[in-house]
Design a protein around this ligand. Structure first.
Ligand code: MLT
Length: 245
């Protein structure tokens, strides 16, 4: 008798607040904060940063830098660089010249919080994804066995359209390789991406965080973070640091 073929489950988690043991424990997850934390992480590692240590608070970041003298501090609060930090959260700041072989301690409002949250909730593995490295991140994920979760960082515990559309792109890539089981939220992300994936800047111009970053003058970041499949890397957070897998 042929063995029944069990499709794996892929769930979309819509905000960092929804990361719990129930939603991510034992799953391989990809965390997305398209604007801009995971776009910054993949860019810095692609440009040669040795490792990135994500932490939740500015205070933790400063204390860690004291213990790790050759590290650099990066991140944002309210979208802008905290006082005394070496970098803000613009991926374009993390050039080869600036980051090669460096350790970067990173703290952002939602993205690093989502990464640390997945670790606390016992995810099996934690990858970092955005539009920039979608294909590579999915390739790493589908090579694994077991259920998956696509974690949208969101903005201050609220739904964020940029992350949700990215989840739709990742789902489309996963479903090009295999059939999966998903709930209505996953179908919603997929259908939305299929409808609007070719007009991201126009659609996201209605989104709150996109507007906030536009207001702060980060036009180039917005254009850059929405570019698809430019980087062939799949960074992984092992609970201490993020490196290229
Ligand atoms: C975050 O983690 O909240 C974001 O990356 C904020 C930002 O755009 O800098």
């Amino acid at each position: 008798m042929m063995e029944a073929f069990a499709m794996r489950r892929v769930d979309v988690i819509d905000t960092a607040a929804a990361i719990t043991r129930e939603t991510v424990e034992g799953r391989h997850v990809l965390v997305m904060d398209v604007l801009r934390a995971t776009s910054t992480i993949v860019t810095a590692l692609n440009n040669g940063a040795k490792r990135i240590i994500p932490v939740e608070t500015v205070e933790e970041a400063v204390a860690l830098k004291r213990r790790c003298a050759d590290s650099l501090l990066g991140g944002e609060r309210g979208g802008v660089r905290p006082e005394g930090f070496d970098f803000g959260n613009s991926p374009l700041e993390y050039s080869k010249d600036a980051v090669q072989n460096k350790t970067i301690v990173l703290t952002t409002t939602n993205g690093t919080r989502a990464l640390v949250g997945c670790q606390s909730a016992h995810a099996a593995t934690i990858g970092c994804a955005g539009f920039l490295n979608g294909k590579a991140a999915v390739r790493r994920l589908t090579a694994k066995t077991g259920d998956l979760a696509l974690v949208c960082a969101g903005t201050k515990d609220r739904f964020s359209l940029d992350d949700f559309l990215c989840a739709g792109m990742l789902l489309q890539q996963i479903m090009a390789e295999e059939e999966v089981q998903m709930a209505d939220l996953g179908w919603n992300a997929l259908l939305l991406y299929q409808a609007y994936g070719e007009s991201l800047p126009a659609v996201l111009d209605n989104a709150k965080h996109y507007q906030v970053l536009k207001g702060l003058g980060f036009h180039e970041d917005l254009e850059y973070c929405l570019m698809k499949n430019q980087l062939e890397i799949a960074p992984v957070f092992d609970g201490n640091e993020i490196r290229i897998d």
